[in-house]
Ligand binder design. Structure first.
Ligand code: ATP
Length: 360
């Protein structure tokens, strides 16, 4: 038997994850088969189901198993609904930290006819993923938030030179492959030291990329400009919390959270496909979740692995998936209701599979 070229984990996550992750895998398998790419798929328990079956939301050995893979698909995690108690932990920060997945690549792209605010957006927000204002991941022990007295809460934001420079470098590399324009978003007018350091590092890294133009926008202005003239941006790099907020805002311009994919990458060893949205418990089990964000995150992972590992079949497979997605999105019958469709998760999945089978 041919040796698999890629080893990929399947981690369903919670709630709609059990619907949109299997859809993504089915589509990826069809596209891989078309290009003769042999993938070793490894289902890996995580989340509420793992807690019920194995006593932990992230069972022992998970990190070790994942470390032997090229990438994995992580469905949304509904940790807020986990029961209190041992074993019920939020796996997100652990995964991102353990694999040093410091760059969260979040594209916002318009597809015509979805009834979205804009039909002509194509930008990428590169969000720093492992420090900033996220109290569950900006410290190695304890929390970046604490309450010294009943009257007072302190939340800490961590900005490091290393963290800023490496995410800036990832963003410059992306900008170099696109329109050679990068915007750094910050608030150094107020956070003179924190945002100041982030911008200083972006400017230092800019010297390595003389072909890319770097400009700056203050975050509050950016929130406004994303609505007024999103077309003037291409690649944007920013700190963790600003990136979290701006990506949801940007998703709203192209059809909502179901249209917001993401890929977490680090130094090149492993990639994690993870949609921007949460586990949407309000619509779980109804067959109506929009699988686009998860499918597109999966597609991005194969495209990235293809380029990173020099595997042409993976790049071709990602291109096939893209054409299948575009075809399904162009027909209301094969897209979900949140994007002016008449179908459900299964209809959209079938639409993409049919397009791939038809040799799109
Ligand atoms: P988190 O903080 O974990 O990102 P959240 O509080 O932002 O989660 P989500 O779970 O993302 O919440 O859901 C927000 C809203 O968007 C919900 O009403 C949900 O149904 C909707 N939503 C999220 N993802 C999808 C999707 N893939 N398809 C359709 N609707 C979605």
């Amino acid at each position: 038997m041919t040796k698999p070229l890629l080893v990929i984990g399947i981690l369903n996550g919670d709630d709609i994850g059990h619907e949109i992750v299997p859809a993504s895998v089915e589509i990826a398998k069809a596209a891989a088969a078309r290009h003769g790419l042999n993938i070793d798929w490894r289902p890996t328990p995580i989340g509420r189901k793992a807690l019920d079956d194995l006593g932990s939301t992230m069972p022992e050995g998970t990190l070790d198993s994942l470390s032997k893979m090229d990438g994995f698909i992580l469905g949304p995690i509904g940790h807020r609904e986990y029961p209190k108690g041992p074993g019920a932990i939020n796996p997100h920060p652990i995964l991102r930290k353990h694999f040093n997945l410091f760059a969260n690549i979040r594209p916002t792209r318009s597809y015509p006819g979805l009834g979205a605010i804009y039909d002509d957006i194509d930008l990428i927000i590169v969000r720093e993923n492992n420090e900033g204002f996220q109290p569950d991941r900006n410290v190695v022990a304890g929390s970046g938030e604490f309450r010294p007295t009943e009257e007072m809460t302190i939340s800490v934001r961590v900005i490091t030179r290393t963290g800023s420079a490496r995410v800036a470098r990832a963003a410059f590399e992306l900008a170099r492959q696109r329109k050679k324009r990068l915007t750094t978003v910050h608030k150094n007018t107020v956070f003179k030291l924190g945002c100041g350091m982030f911008v200083e590092e972006c400017k230092k890294v800019a010297k390595e990329f003389p072909d890319v133009v770097l400009n700056e926008v203050i975050v509050d202005t950016m929130a406004m400009r994303l609505i007024r003239d999103p077309q003037s941006f291409d690649v944007i790099v920013t700190t963790n919390m600003f990136g979290d907020i701006l990506t949801d805002e940007a998703a709203g311009l192209v059809g909502g959270l179901g249209m917001a994919p993401g890929l977490c990458i680090g130094e090149g060893n492993i990639a994690m496909a993870q949609a921007t949205h949460g586990s949407a418990p309000d619509i779980a089990g109804k067959g109506i979740a929009n699988p686009f964000a998860m499918i597109e995150s999966t597609r991005m992972m194969f495209d990235w692995l293809g380029h990173n590992r020099g595997i042409k079949q993976a790049v071709d497979m990602a291109a096939t998936m893209n054409r299948g997605i575009e075809k399904a999105l162009s027909d209301p019958a094969t897209r979900t209701k949140d994007i002016r469709g008449t179908g459900g998760t299964a209809d959209m999945t079938r639409g993409i599979l049919a397009a791939i089978a038809a040799g799109v």
